[in-house]
Design a protein around this ligand. Structure first.
Ligand code: ADP
Ligand code: MG
Length: 319
């Protein structure tokens, strides 16, 4: 190996906004055939909005939002920020809580004013034994990217999923979270995310580079399929708890694949470390950065194919 070629590669990476942590990353980049992409915060902006609140019990909108915002004060999840923003916008004040518990990949629970409150997805409802919500017409969706996603083919999805995502009418699909007070479901919050404008082009380039793409998310199958269909991603692994994300990577490896993983959150740290090549986007936490081989300094998915291309070229130069 010639250190010069490595240094040139690393230097070129730096000008592109790609931090390559060493030669191993370059060696691996040449042989990967599968790239696993985290959904929330990686392919999407992760800047979520609550687009609808449906009341399913006796409580008022203000009360439901108040309970939800109180629990979500304790959470660092993007959904928690969206709930807080809506509460603030509507002048709803969060109450102090006790017994706050986070349920990774599910939601959060706490005691608010003597009542047991939970905010989270279908899995959380099962965890706390709250039963199955009725109905199901309500669901989240993708919004156009903030900068208008020119040519991205993204439309506002006021009525939910385009192209009839799997299980569209099932309760519990889509980006919906429930608010439960003392075991009763009192409201449904519809959560919308938006694709990063560069996501479609980045996926197309990864395919051109001969890579198979896999979407990995803790979100529901329907929400995942919507994004996968929109971007042309080959495969979907949805409803995966944070602790199980590394297992999905290991499974792909056991099937004989060499796997790169792109992620941002603390949830993705072990998956990044398990992958043959871990790529962290810059907004990622310190843990995600530490477990990554390549750090994408620009928060721009367009550099993912650049990073792999650069690593492959540098590797060829070295050998
Ligand atoms: P991702 O893999 O997309 O980053 P996470 O594993 O962080 O997703 O979360 C998966 C799902 O768990 C979310 O889509 C949401 O339904 C639920 N969830 C997690 N944390 C919260 C929270 N604080 N409030 C409400 N729902 C939550
Ligand atoms: Mg995430």
């Amino acid at each position: 190996a010639t250190p010069t070629a490595l240094m040139v590669g690393i230097g070129r990476g730096a000008t592109l906004g790609i931090l390559i942590k060493g030669q191993d990353a370059l060696e691996t980049s040449g042989v990967i055939d599968t790239i696993v992409l985290d959904k929330t915060g990686t392919l999407t902006t992760g800047d979520l909005t609550i687009t609808n609140v449906e009341l399913t019990g006796d409580l008022t909108r203000e009360e439901v939002l108040g309970y939800a915002a109180s629990v979500e004060q304790g959470s660092e999840h993007p959904i928690a920020r969206a709930v807080e923003h809506l509460a603030i916008a509507e002048g709803v004040v969060a109450q102090p809580t006790t017994n706050y518990t986070t349920h990774p990949g599910q939601g959060a629970t706490a005691t608010v004013g003597g009542k047991q409150v939970a905010v989270g997805n279908h899995t959380l409802l099962r965890t706390i034994g709250a039963g199955t919500p009725a109905g199901g017409g309500l669901r989240g969706g993708l919004l156009p990217d903030a900068d208008g996603a020119p040519g991205g083919g993204l439309q506002p999805h006021a009525d939910g999923a385009p192209g009839g995502g799997a299980g569209r009418d099932e309760p519990g699909t889509g980006s919906v979270v429930w608010v439960v007070v003392d075991g009763r479901i009192v409201g449904q919050l519809e959560v919308a995310d938006r694709l990063r404008s560069i996501a479609g082009a980045a996926v197309r380039e990864l395919h051109r580079a001969g890579l198979r793409t896999v979407l990995l998310t803790g979100d529901s199958e329907a929400a995942a399929r919507e994004v996968a269909e929109e971007l042309g991603i080959d495969d979907v692994r949805a409803g995966v708890l944070p602790a199980d994300k590394a297992g999905v990577i290991a499974e792909l490896q056991a099937d004989g694949h060499r796997v790169a993983m792109v992620g941002d959150g603390i949830n993705d740290a072990t998956a990044l470390a398990t992958a043959d090549l871990g790529l962290a986007v810059v907004s990622g936490t310190d843990i995600a950065l530490k477990s990554a081989d390549i750090v994408l300094v620009r928060e721009d998915l367009g550099v993912i194919p650049d990073a792999i291309g650069l690593a492959r070229r540098t590797r060829r130069t070295i050998h």
